[in-house]
Design a protein around this ligand. Structure first.
Ligand code: SAH
Length: 243
């Protein structure tokens, strides 16, 4: 038996020494069909409570299988309490934003419909699957939930007052509007607009809200997907878990 496990799988199941974990049909197909694993093979499992565990394959079938946890290989590590709010754009770019948000340690991913957002709906299940895959390959022990698409207006009127909203405002391109201006907080969110940017009414509203800190992302206008990565990076490096 190889003790060297490279395949990582996210499971919604308790993990502990000796604990057996059943595989879903998709996971069985992936492990045995695609990755050609067999009984005795080693796999890393993680969930959002018990960290990462090395497990051994004890049953392998076409439609399912069973693993048994051997030992913990990494402790649970949760990302900062940071939401990423973004306006869905074209499919491949939206997928990219979700993947990067999971890799960069967003705690929750919230697609929002703004005035200039074209997308009327999103495939929440597909986006969630992207977040799972990103977490599996980046070594994290957390998968950010992808929320349902909600109107920005609604999100702002229901906003929990103790959460700081970092608003990436393209009108501030090149301005000295930095994240340092935001007061200390342990609950955060970042808001990125669509390719068309925010409407003047949205911008006015955002600037008036007491929980909002408008920031600039430098002297160039970034595409929404780039802006999401830049803002998450800036946050993690200065207020988040890179410190
Ligand atoms: N079409 C708009 C730009 C939209 S860019 C225009 O020409 O003005 C998409 C989103 O990325 C913006 O809504 C904003 O949230 C973010 N963004 C891009 N560049 C930025 C910058 N330099 N500063 C702050 N936010 C930026």
């Amino acid at each position: 038996m190889s003790t060297h496990a490279k395949i990582r799988l996210y499971v919604e199941h308790p993990l502990a020494a000796g604990q057996t974990v059943p595989l879903s049909r998709d996971q069985a197909h992936y492990l045995f069909g695609v990755m050609r694993q067999a009984v005795g093979g080693a796999v890393l499992l993680f969930n959002e409570e018990h960290g990462e565990w090395r497990a051994e394959i004890v049953e392998a079938g076409k439609r399912g299988g069973m693993l048994a946890c051997v030992e913990q290989t990494a402790p649970l590590r949760l990302p900062p309490d940071l939401w990423l709010l973004f306006a869905p754009i074209k499919k491949a770019r939206t997928d990219f934003i979700v993947e990067k948000a999971a890799e960069l340690g967003a705690g929750r991913i919230c697609p929002v419909q703004t005035e200039f957002t074209n997308a009327e709906r999103i495939r929440q299940d597909r986006l969630q699957a992207h977040a799972v895959e990103a977490a599996e390959q980046c070594g994290g022990t957390y998968v950010p939930p992808v929320a349902a698409l909600q109107r920005l207006e609604r999100v702002l009127s229901d906003w929990p007052g103790d959460r700081r909203l970092i608003f990436a405002d393209e009108a501030l391109v090149g301005a000295r509007a930095a994240l340092e201006a935001a007061p200390r907080s342990d609950k955060w969110a970042i808001l990125i607009g669509p390719e068309g940017g925010f409407s003047p009414a949205e911008r006015d509203r955002l600037h008036d809200l007491p929980f909002v800190t408008p920031i600039s992302l430098g002297p160039r206008i970034l595409r929404a997907d780039t802006a999401a990565v830049a803002a998450l990076t800036l946050f993690q490096a200065t207020r988040g878990d890179w410190e």
